[in-house]
Design a protein around this ligand. Structure first.
Ligand SMILES: [Zn+2]
Length: 568
């Protein structure tokens, strides 16, 4: 049995301007020019490969030479249209600029031009990759372009318009073709697959579309390849296999590990995918793209326009960047860019990647600052909410005991303070001391537990920064979370609850049910003021001068003080 297979790019080549994907700005202009009889004699189509330049040139040739033309929508049925579609038209010449780039060929062309077309209205010359012509050939061509015979049209196509002499450019009407978005490529492939009765997942379509990098022709030939190699439904896994692509999940896993500071996890993933035969340089390129997308998602402007990924993945990116600052992503991005040059010439790309990640963990001043802000906030809140906490500090200065009395108007509080005046150190050593009321006891206990958590799980600890232990029964503990919705959501994750349970059971020696309560936020004004203050703090910490100082002096930020006139 002889299998005949017409490649998809040919089978589904657009036959009208309407069918061309993503180049409306070009096809509409051409359609209007044809309608009004004002088509230029020399046109230049520039743009990336596989974006439809020669396809549009052919449609234009049909539109001009169709028996019922010139007409914006060629009939595609008359003998002239059919001849052009099959590449056999007597008056339409498709010339490859790369192989016919000498002055001889152009002279021949000029001779030929003098004769009238055989069957149609125009002699149309489509010269592909026109930038490949030699200087002499361009000069010969220029003479024709200066005084083109009325029955002749030139359509030049190029991926590199910069290489075309200005004298030629100035005599052409230029149309720039756009790189096709993955979205549009995926959509077109979906249409084709449904016509071909091919079952393929959405994920697969996106994988191919992204690999094609803006070229419809490349996308369709990848799709050909996948169809030929597959039996049954086409899945993402199969595509990764056939095309040797890096799984998107791996990109998310690695970036998660980067953002949570888990170097062991990264080295483990690198090892696994290296053994599976993935291209490490490609992985690096994918990571760069990913962090670039995270940066845009974090900034949050024109996301759907600038991040050419399915909504599902954009949502995952939003989730991934919630806890980190744009400045930190930017730092990672800079390091990735710095290493890309080195990686290109490295004979051991896996090792180079590992080194890069290790470097990444050595310089990450922005993340700790983020946590620092959290801590500053929680400290401030503790001070403002439980006046008691600040008392030992005031008391530590025995020279001015009056201040303590002045600030603590509440009778009961003053009493508590005076009992605690033995000093904070001693108090901490005796958490069970009867001098402390139950509330304080809980606070101290909770402080110790969160202390343990922050050593092992800094990210969970930062989410717990504004939490309190409000009830401790035999088998149940109630934790009050007083942060953002996000903090609450993070803490409530199964993984985090089980970490909490583990640490508490180790701490107390018995198991607890942990109940998380959300505290209703204080008044709106307070909240707004806090947000405003946070913004100012973040701005100060992100200031290049501050970042540089931290790096130069290898220092840490102790506190950020806000002058009152700034909060307005
Ligand atoms: Zn026709």
């Amino acid at each position: 049995m002889i299998m005949s297979y017409l490649v998809l790019a040919r089978k589904y080549r657009p036959q009208t301007f309407e069918q061309v994907v993503s180049q409306k700005h070009v096809t509409r202009t051409l359609g209007n020019a044809i309608s009004s009889g004002k088509v230029a004699h020399a046109l230049l189509f520039s743009g990336p490969r596989g974006t439809g330049k020669t396809t549009v040139a052919r449609i234009l040739a049909k539109a001009m030479n169709c028996k019922s033309g010139p007409i914006p929508v060629p009939c595609n049925e008359c003998s002239l249209c059919i001849e052009i579609s099959s590449g056999n038209a007597a008056d339409v010449f498709e010339i490859d600029g790369a192989s016919n780039n000498g002055v001889e060929q152009i002279r021949e062309l000029r001779e030929n031009i003098r004769y009238m077309p055989v069957h149609s209205l125009y002699k149309i010359y489509i010269i592909d990759e026109v930038h490949m012509l030699s200087i002499a050939a361009f000069n010969a061509l220029l003479k024709t372009l200066e005084e083109p015979p009325p029955h002749v049209m030139f359509v030049f196509a190029t991926t590199e318009p910069d290489k075309i002499p200005v004298t030629i450019l100035s005599r052409c009407q230029r149309h720039d073709f756009r790189r096709i978005e993955s979205k549009s490529i995926a959509k077109q492939m979906k249409l084709i697959c449904s016509k071909e009765n091919i079952s393929i997942t959405e994920e697969s379509l996106w994988l191919i579309a992204r690999e094609a990098d803006g070229s419809m022709r490349d996308a369709l030939s990848l799709l050909d390849q996948v169809i030929i190699c597959s039996e049954g439904p086409i899945t993402g896994e199969r595509i990764l296999d056939i095309l040797g692509l890096v799984d998107r999940k791996i990109i998310f896993d690695i970036s998660n590990a980067v953002l949570s500071g888990n170097i062991a996890e990264i080295i483990d993933i690198l090892n696994k995918i290296y053994n599976r035969g993935y291209d490490m340089k490609k992985l690096h390129a994918n990571l760069m793209e990913h962090f670039r997308n995270l940066f845009i998602v974090k900034i949050g402007k024109k996301v759907s326009e600038l991040v050419d990924f399915p909504d599902l993945e954009i949502n995952l990116m939003i989730e991934q960047t919630k806890e980190i600052s744009a400045a930190y992503i930017n730092q990672i991005l800079l390091l990735l860019a710095e290493e890309s040059e080195l990686l290109r010439f490295d004979s051991q790309p896996k090792l180079a990647l590992e080194m890069m990640f290790i470097k990444m963990f050595q310089i990450k001043p922005v993340l700790p600052i983020d946590l620092l802000i959290e801590k500053l906030d929680s400290m401030k809140q503790e001070i403002s909410e439980t006046g008691v906490k600040s008392a030992p500090v005031v008391n530590a200065d025995p020279a001015c005991p009056e201040i303590r009395c002045d600030t603590q108007k509440d009778e009961k509080n003053v009493q508590t303070v005076s009992k605690k005046s033995v000093g904070p150190l001693e108090t901490e050593n005796q958490p069970d001391s009867s001098a402390l009321d139950k509330g304080e006891n809980l606070d101290l206990t909770w402080k110790k537990i969160t202390g343990i958590i922050s050593k092992k799980y800094p990210s969970l600890a930062s989410n717990l920064a504004r939490s309190r232990l409000i009830n401790l029964a035999e088998k149940r503990m109630d934790i009050e979370v007083n942060g953002s919705d996000f903090n609450l959501k993070m803490i409530k994750r199964n993984k985090n609850i089980s970490i909490l349970k583990n640490i508490c059971s180790q701490f107390f020696g018995n198991d607890f049910d942990i109940v998380i309560n959300a505290k209703i936020k204080s008044s709106f004004d307070n909240q707004q003021k806090k947000t405003e203050e946070n913004k100012i703090k973040q701005k100060a910490l992100n200031h290049p001068l501050v970042a540089d100082s931290i790096e130069i002096f290898n220092g840490t930020v102790v506190s950020v003080k806000i002058l009152q006139e700034e909060i307005k």
